[in-house]
Design a protein around this ligand. Structure first.
Ligand code: GLU
Length: 310
């Protein structure tokens, strides 16, 4: 930690420096229910493996996790299916936007990785396995309540509905995947689950808590719940590092040096293995669909703490 600063001091510095940047970036107005959110908000929480929780800014404001849900659904899918999942989805960075369809044609319906929309739809389908979408949505909420250690965690049904009404690209991706035989369930059931998982609401405190198992070899260091194996936790972190920020994943690795997953709700979950799980939120997005201020804040946090996987 720089000059012996405490984590509380570091987060205070980051939060005050970020004030000058608030308002930059655009909210995700392609989802109508997210278009009305004030971009001038910022929250950050670091939950450490030794049980410390440090917060600054709007740490208790709930937001739509959007694509951050992909990390948790991937964890659930790996627990259910193990390595067989990798026959249906790759592990390579895409270098393309989150909702891109172009690679799917050439690569015959095998998405590059589970953290882009196409890959996440396959993961959702693998978990659904022609079952009941409502039961999978409930199972996901249950999983997230356990991870966040908070029974109040829930889905914003207005956001889910709003995305359902306007998610034509996701519907195209799902139908395209179905045409290649890489969606097994009914396309509408898969989309329904996907839109609901994205519409989960968490605040930074809950999100940081939820990600702790990834900082601690797959085991929640507070509840001692074994969420996944150490090897899977390492692999999920590797995918977050290489694919967690879409076509800006290299830039995020370069600037922050930690595994991270962004969502168009403006949240980012970053993992400092062996140390902490960090959640940051600010709704204004940069041109790659990642939180403009969130990335800046994590860059400062990493530099002030010295946390890095490199
Ligand atoms: N629900 C969003 C979509 O599918 C998620 C995208 C994101 O958060 O990056 O468009």
């Amino acid at each position: 930690m720089e000059q012996g600063k405490s984590l509380t001091e570091v987060l205070g510095i980051v939060a005050s420096e970020m004030q000058a940047h608030l308002g930059h970036g655009r909210v995700a107005d392609y989802i109508p229910a997210l278009a009305k959110i004030d971009p001038r908000q910022f929250g950050i929480v670091a939950a450490s493996c030794d049980g410390q929780v440090v917060a600054a800014g709007d740490a208790d404001m709930a937001f739509s996790v959007q694509s951050i849900s992909k990390v948790f659904m991937l964890t659930m899918a790996l627990e259910k299916l193990g390595g067989a999942l990798w026959r249906r989805v790759g592990k390579e960075p895409s270098g393309s936007p989150f909702n891109s369809i172009v690679q799917l044609e050439n690569e015959r319906g095998i998405p590059r990785n589970p953290l882009i929309n196409a890959g996440a739809l396959v993961v959702t389908d693998a978990l659904l396995a022609r079952g009941d979408p409502a039961a999978l949505i409930d199972g996901f909420v249950e999983f997230m309540r356990d991870r966040a250690n908070d029974e109040s965690v829930s889905i914003d049904s207005e956001v889910a509905r709003s995305e359902g009404e306007t998610g034509f690209r996701n519907a195209s991706l799902a139908n395209f995947l179905k045409a290649f035989g890489n969606i097994h369930s009914d396309v509408n059931d898969v989309l329904r689950v996907y839109f609901h998982q994205c519409a989960l609401r968490l605040n930074c405190r809950q999100l940081a808590r939820a990600g702790l198992y990834l900082a601690h070899c797959g085991v929640d260091p507070v509840s001692h719940a074994k969420v996944t194996t150490a090897q899977r936790a390492r692999r999920i972190n590797a995918l977050m590092m290489t694919c967690g920020h879409y076509d800006a994943s290299g830039d995020f690795a370069f600037r922050v040096g930690l595994p991270g997953k962004s969502g168009v709700g403006g949240g980012i979950l970053a993992i400092a293995p062996g140390r902490a799980s960090i959640a940051v939120w600010s709704p204004g997005l940069n041109e790659w669909g990642n939180s403009h201020v969130g990335v800046l804040a994590l860059e400062r946090l990493a530099s002030l703490t010295g946390w890095s996987v490199f």
